[in-house]
Design a binder for this molecule. Structure first.
Ligand code: DAH
Length: 341
């Protein structure tokens, strides 16, 4: 019996050393030192031994238990260490390393240009007025003095919807009537920013979707001088203090008289360069005195009230300011372009 015990002891020690994971080690423990393990079973056989040999056997089996337990504890600690090291190597987490920086976002160049525009007009007392992208023919054309079939409609190729009167606005001027009807009889001093849509061929200079900022001032005694002063101040703040402006006669159905404003080229200072096509001037926006019919449609008596309006394109302003030569860049989502601003 004592011999069997020694064999069991040696075998158990051997298989303990061969256990190569904590999982295998747990099985070893259950099968050896556990309640139904081999050592425990042998303890129970003490009754079959010659009473004279029992004390020696009992003593030895207790030693075996203690030694196996100690060997198990040592092996367990060893294997836990090995497994921890393996898992550390695998996930390679070093909490002392500095964190990885997240890529930083930024404002789109058109958003920046819009905000700059808001700031300048805001300082002059203009409020931002929001009006819808999806418009009726009435607001976009008819109430702005474009009668049906008027040739001026050809200036703006329109996206139509399945509802005959519902279109995508071709310009932010559509919001003028909405603003006047809401403000009447108070004076109006608003800018209307937003997306416009035209069914145009896409080129480097035109796209089917672009932003505009409309301006509208209505009140008593508003004159063309107010228009010129306001827009010249805008040009100086947007393009630099020394800028000159000039107003060329133009045509829009909703203004009379109508004009286009040029600003002296800020690249060559008026001397002539490729950007201003050797003219010394850059065309910036359309403007004019609000047509009496439009004032009337907005609810204001044109005998008492006058007003001015203008419409500018942030894409064009950004293209001039930053020397961007293709309008499609704005909506291509190319980070190499966007990150420059
Ligand atoms: N709506 C015009 C366009 O898209 C721009 C414009 C011109 C707006 C003159 C105005 C204005 O308010 O007075 O071409």
């Amino acid at each position: 019996m004592l011999e069997e015990l020694e064999t069991l002891y040696q075998k158990s020690l051997q298989s303990l050393q061969q256990a190569d994971s904590t999982a295998v080690l747990e099985t070893w423990y259950r099968e050896t030192l556990g309640r139904k393990g081999s050592v425990q079973l042998m303890t129970r056989q003490i009754g079959q031994i010659d009473p004279a040999d029992r004390p020696a056997f009992g003593k030895r089996i207790n030693q075996v238990k203690t030694e196996l337990q100690a060997a198990y504890d040592g092996r367990l600690a060893e294997l836990k260490m090995v497994e921890l090291e393996a898992s550390l190597a695998e996930s390679a987490l070093d909490v002392t390393l500095p964190g990885r920086p997240l890529p930083q976002g930024g404002l789109h160049i058109i958003t920046q240009t819009l905000r700059e525009t808001y700031r300048i007009f805001g300082d002059m007392g203009f409020q931002i007025y929001r009006s819808p992208d999806v418009e009726t023919d009435a607001y976009n054309f008819e109430l702005l003095n474009f009668p049906p079939h008027h040739p001026a409609r050809d200036m703006q190729d329109t996206f139509y919807t399945s509802k005959p009167d519902v279109i995508l606005r071709t310009h932010t001027s559509a919001g003028q009537i909405r603003a006047m009807r809401e403000y009447y009889p108070e004076p109006v001093r608003v800018i209307l920013p937003g997306m416009c849509y035209r069914n145009e061929q896409i080129t480097t200079r035109s796209s089917i979707q672009f932003t505009q900022v409309e301006g509208l001032a209505v009140g008593k005694h508003i004159s063309f001088a107010d228009l010129k002063g306001t827009l010249t101040e805008f040009a100086r703040r947007m393009f630099g203090a020394g800028r000159q402006t000039r107003f060329r006669a133009s045509y829009f159905p909703f203004t009379e008289p109508s004009a286009e404003m040029d600003v002296s080229c800020f690249l060559c200072d008026g001397a002539g360069c490729p950007v201003c096509k050797q003219t010394g001037w850059l065309e910036i926006l359309g403007c004019g005195m609000v047509h009496p019919t439009v004032l009337h449609n907005g609810g204001y008596d044109p005998e008492i009230y006058t007003g001015f309006a203008f419409g500018l394109g942030p894409e064009r302003i950004a293209m001039l300011k930053y020397g961007i030569d293709d309008i499609r860049q704005f909506w291509n989502n190319d980070l190499r372009f966007l990150q420059q601003f």
